[in-house]
Every structure is written in C-alpha cells, then in structure tokens.
Design a protein around this ligand. Sequence first.
Ligand code: UD1
Length: 434
Amino acid sequence: MKQYVIKGGTPLVGEVVIGGAKNSALGILAAAVMTDGECHIDNLPNVSDINVLLQAMEQIGATVDRIGPHEVVISGKTIDGDGDLIVDNEFIRKIRASYYFIGALLGKYKKAHVALPGGCAIGARPIDQHIKGFEALGATVEISGGMIHVVAEELIGKHIFMDVVSVGATINVMMAAAMAKGNTIIENAAKEPHVVDAANFLNSMGANIKGAGTDVIRIKGVEKFHNTTYSIIPDQIEAGTFMTAAATTKGDIIIRNVIPRHLEPISQKLQEMGAVVESADDAVRVIASGRLKPTQIKTLPYPGFPTDMQPQMAAAMALSDGTSVIRETIFENRFLYVDELNKMGAQITTEGTQKAVIQGVEGYKGADVVAPDLRAGAALVIAGLAADGYTTVSDIKYILRGYEQFDEKLRNLGGCIELVETEEEAEAFKQRTR
Ligand code: UD1
C-alpha cells in the first residue's frame, strides 16, 4: 500500500525539469499503430498509464522497443490486420485513453474492438461525440460486453460538428479521418496543446491535417503513413502543478522544459494571486512570499483555465487572504478533494457540483488524507508540503499514473516527502525527520 508521507512547512526552492505530456503521449502512442513504418518517439513520460498503453499495443501485435525510460520505437508492421484487433486487458480497462485505439485502428484497419474507457472518477465522461464522429465517417458502432466494437467497409470524409468541445473526441476522430477517403472537417474542435501535438505527429507520418489548435480542423485523407521521429511536447499540467506548489509553499522554483505559452492561463492566475511569474524561452520561474490574494477561476476548454489544474489551484487558494470561488464547467465530480483539504484545516464549501467557495485560512495542519483522483491527489501533496506537521496521502495509485518521480522531484526542491509502502517505513521517516 503505497503512500506519501510529508513533513510540511519548507518552501520549495530550486529547479525542476518537466517531462513529456502524458495526455499527448497517450494519443500519439496509439496513433503509432497506424503506420507499418517505425515511429521513434522521445520525451515520453515514464508513468504507469503509458506503460499500460504500450503493453496493450504489444498484445495486438505491435513491436514495442523501449530503448530508454523516455524513448520508444514502435512498429505496427507486425500487427495482423486480418485478426480481430481486440484491445482488452485488466489494466487497459482502467485507463481513459484506451479510447484512442478506436480511432487509430479504425483509421488503419477499418475495425477495432476496445474495452470501454476507465480513468479517474471525475465525471460521467461519455464518449458519444467520439461515436458520432466515427459513424459520420461511415463506421458501425456497437457497445456490448464492456467493449466498443467499431467496423467500417470504408471510411469517407465528412463535415462533422462536435456538440461539445472534447479533447478525446477531436483527437480520436482526427486519427480515423486521417486515413479516410476524401476530406473531413471537424468543427467546434478542441484546441488543447495535445490536439496540436497529435496532429503534428500524424502529419510527421504523412497525414494531411490543417488547423489543429483552432476550432476548425481540415483533414485530407491519405492511404498510407511512413516512418517518423517525434518528440512529445512538455506536460502543461505537470508544470502547472510545480508552479502552484511554489506559490502555495511560498517558494521560488524555476521550471524547465516547458512551453510558457501553454502555461499562460495558470501564470495569469498566480500573478493575480500575488506570485511573481517570469517566463523565458523554455522555462518559467514562480516566486511567492507572504500571503496569496484570493481569486476566481472558471474551468474552460483551452485556452481557458484547465480543469486538470483546478484542484492544485484550490490548494493555493485555500491559503489566500480572503474568499475565492471556483466554477468547474467541464466535469461534474471534480471536488472530491474538498473533504480531504478540509481535514487539513481548509474552509471550503461546495454548492452543487459546479461551485466551490473557499474561505482562505492562514495555514494547513498535517492530516491523514486519501487521494481521490490524479489531480486531486497532487493538490493534497501540495497542501501537505505547505502544512504544519506530518501529512500522509494514501491511495496514491492515481498520482503515480500521471506524475513521474513526483516525490523525487519535490525532494530535489527541498520538499520533505517520501514514498513508503509500510507503516514501519512511515514511522521511520517521521523519526528521521522529527
Ligand atoms: C482529456 C484529458 C483529461 C482532461 C480533459 C479536459 C486525456 C487522456 N485526458 O479527457 O485529463 O481533464 O481532456 O481537458 O487526455 N464529453 C461528452 N461527450 C464526449 C466526450 C466528452 O459529453 O463524447 C464531455 C465530457 O463529459 C466533459 C467534456 O466533454 O464534460 C470534456 O471532455 P474531454 O475533453 O473529452 O475530456 P477527455 O478527453 O476525457
């Protein structure tokens, strides 16, 4: 039973290097099965969701050569296209991004049988827009036995208007359409950096996709993809998490290997709260001292404030000098951290599923808390680092799915945190650090 034990109260100071974007990598790795050539992909984050996806690729016959923790060579040539193409195992059922195999396999092989997506319990997370897109391209979609079955005689480009802005549906339909006959237009597309990254990757294999990063994506289908070498963009949310940790612990962190433009919504909010944010070409520095000011956030599709940063920002807002308000408009179950932060002395109340009102307090007190999902877990770690005394964050399996060497990176910044597996190890850490 892995948990983090944290002795709080030390400002985080120093430098941290951000890894590749998990959510980009998940789409890009799935797309790699679309070429019979070799895809050499680097800046891959070494987190469990990625390893689960790579394993599932091997199970459908792809050759996966992990040449380093952050580098992989994938060849789809060994996949038997006449086989059933079933993507299912105990682990893939737990991750959200399994759905990317539907678009990728449908595009290349015109069929896919994929376990229905799992992921964090942050909301209902339907996939109706993915299905609408596949059907518009000519596929037949059926859901049975916990699987989604998608087949098509042929895929034909179409004009598709998404009813909601969805990152997953945009990338998924873009992948299938990249190998459809003729032209596809996706309107009301998501504009997140990982949509652009997935399009750039597909184009590097020979796809013809224009407009990714705007709300209209135009795709001219091609028959075949070729070899590519590609580097995944830095993780906007990992970077934002460290930025928020600097602000919450009144620290001073230089965050390297980032694209500052992607961090703009987060930088602006932290500045409003009184932190200093300095941007360079591929780094940002966040400096905070004294009490943060309260603020308001409303989560929105990119370039709005990212829902994946909402819990970490709440950890900072809970220590501000006044009342802050969060409006969550993307997912309906994203306040699971509230009871846990309140155990640490925060004063947060929720009104329905979309609004949280945060009355700032002067400090957190260490407590035993449970990580309810990935980003909520990160928020609890940040609070623990700022808290007076010891905090134990248990059920960290979600955190390990999305943050590489989280505890090690925090220790390098002076954070007093350890990943322990037993009560004895937790006690030994406390004895050592008392
Ligand atoms: C991705 C990210 C996740 C992030 C989210 C929003 C991955 C693996 N995960 O999730 O970390 O929080 O983007 O930035 O990249 N929706 C529908 N129908 C659909 C699809 C989505 O109604 O078919 C709704 C969802 O319920 C949600 C909203 O659209 O309210 C946005 O969801 P979406 O962008 O699809 O999120 P994910 O791709 O699941």
